[in-house]
Design a protein around this ligand. Structure first.
Ligand code: OGA
Ligand code: MN
Length: 209
């Protein structure tokens, strides 16, 4: 394939980011890719490899269920299995595209599986840490198996600035949907879930200064 051909999915993400600081793209990953990642997530969760999520980074990590109730497992590129390897290949391809076409300066990425058990949520927050501003783009890929019904809850709510007025946008975690947004700009939350909610969440990062 032509190395410089336009990729319509990536262009959609870029247009959304440029116009509104976020983008929602369905079908970013194929059904087979989503299924492979979902199977990988569930196998590792059942093998008890997930841990209770925390807030803050390594330097000041704290488990706070009143803020955040999901369980996570960081993905390790070195030991990635088939579906995870393919996932990282796509992320790298996407990153190179962003750097080449938008000079984004993405140098690293980090991703974790996340599972929100029934009754959990993640209160309104920003995806940056006080002592590290290297997270540039947040990227969430939903791995739920069926059409997510509104009564399951678990919306990702983005708080947008509409000419000085705050506007809340609810996004349902539908299978194969990818949401990308500016980590340092958009506050957001995960509303309480009434049904187990699965995703891969991560960050495209610049170098740390
Ligand atoms: C996060 C987060 C959103 C989502 O993990 O920081 O905000 O929709 N996740 O899962
Ligand atoms: Mn977040």
């Amino acid at each position: 394939m032509d190395e410089f051909a336009l990729n319509p999915l990536y262009e959609k993400v870029i247009d959304g980011l440029a116009e509104q600081k976020y983008s929602v793209v369905d079908g970013f990953f194929t059904d087979a890719e989503v299924q492979g990642l979902r199977d990988g997530l569930l196998a590792k969760f059942e093998a008890e490899r997930f841990k209770k999520s925390a807030i803050g980074n390594q330097a000041n990590e704290q488990v706070q269920t009143a803020v955040r109730g999901d369980f996570i497992l960081w993905l390790d590129e070195e030991t990635a299995t088939g579906a995870e390897k393919a996932f990282f290949d796509t992320i790298k391809d996407f990153t190179q595209y962003l750097n080449r076409t938008c000079y984004m300066g993405i140098a690293k990425q980090e991703f974790h599986y996340a599972l929100y058990p029934e009754g959990t949520f993640y209160k309104r927050h920003l995806d940056t840490f006080q002592n590290d501003s290297s997270r540039k783009l947040s990227m969430v890929c939903y791995l739920n198996d069926e059409d997510w019904k509104p009564e399951y809850g678990g919306e990702l709510t983005l708080y947008l600035n509409d000419n000085g007025t705050e506007k809340a946008l609810d996004i349902y975690p539908v299978k194969g949907r990818v949401v990308v947004f500016e980590s340092q700009v958009l506050e957001h939350e995960v509303k309480p879930v009434k049904q187990k909610r699965l995703s891969i969440t991560g960050w495209l990062k610049t170098r740390e200064y």
